[in-house]
Design a protein around this ligand. Structure first.
Ligand SMILES: [Zn+2]
Length: 253
């Protein structure tokens, strides 16, 4: 790191758990963020500000006026632009030293696999179940740590599926896939603005910890909040013995 970088990241470097060694790991790391909306906004902002060397952002939507109430990467002047282009401009203003790669498409599973293969950590900031299941299958197959967040109305949750660990549960263990599962998108539901800020920021926190290998990740724990009552609970997650995604991972051994 040069002098400017030492200064920029000094408040991380001052933390004994991080130091220059941890900051160097972040600078060398690659995070894949799926979704540049409510959750992806704070997640990408904190990853970029923290100096994660490469951030790949993936979103096929354009910025809509209704996004601006909570998607803090985007500005009024960006309405109509691709979300990833709007995001890249915002991230470059905060930290021009990092590389931001953008994918302006709603990716299918094959494309997700290409993108995840190059990443050290994957953040699921998507807004639909099809994408969530596809990200989970890809991360399980490639054994990538997956930081999963969700937020609707006043209710949020976050967990880590560290699929490098053989005994880690996966998203499918938590939510078994049903063909009839309704397509629920926060795009068409109400969502409390700071809720996505909190959950997306927590996703960034877990991703940074995983990249530096510090602290204790949320693996096996689901953190759930109801922001109206401001109640937080931690639920224990275990692998579902019948989970086909985990069984497929086992079969690779
Ligand atoms: Zn599973």
């Amino acid at each position: 790191m040069n002098d400017a970088e030492l200064l920029r990241y000094s408040r991380h470097i001052l933390l004994p758990e991080i130091g220059i060694e941890g900051q160097d790991k972040l600078n060398a790391a690659h995070a894949l963020v799926i979704g540049a909306g409510g959750l992806g906004s704070p997640a990408a902002l904190f990853l970029a500000a923290s100096g994660v060397g490469t951030v790949t952002l993936c979103d096929g939507d354009t910025v809509d006026l209704t996004n601006l109430q909570r998607q803090i990467l985007h500005r009024t002047a960006s309405v109509g632009l691709n979300k990833v282009d709007s995001a890249r401009a915002a991230l470059a203003e905060i930290n021009p030293a990092i590389q931001v790669r953008t994918v302006a498409e709603r990716v299918d599973e094959a494309r997700l696999a290409e993108l995840a293969a190059e990443a050290d950590v994957v953040l699921d900031c998507s807004d639909n179940f099809d994408t969530r299941y596809a990200i989970n299958r890809v991360c399980s197959r490639l054994r990538k740590p997956l930081v999963s967040g969700a937020a609707t109305r006043f209710d949020g949750q976050i967990t880590v599926f560290d699929l490098r660990q053989p005994d880690s549960p996966c998203y499918h263990c938590l939510y078994p896939e049903h063909a009839e599962s309704a397509e629920t998108r926060c795009a068409v539901m109400g969502v409390f603005a700071p809720l996505v800020g909190v959950i997306g920021s927590l996703q960034a926190a877990e991703a940074l910890k995983l990249l530096m290998d510090v602290g204790k990740p949320l693996t096996g724990r689901l953190l759930v909040t109801d922001m109206l009552g401001m109640n937080w609970r931690t639920l224990t997650l275990v692998r579902d013995a019948q989970c086909p995604v985990c069984q497929a991972r086992d079969a690779q051994n």
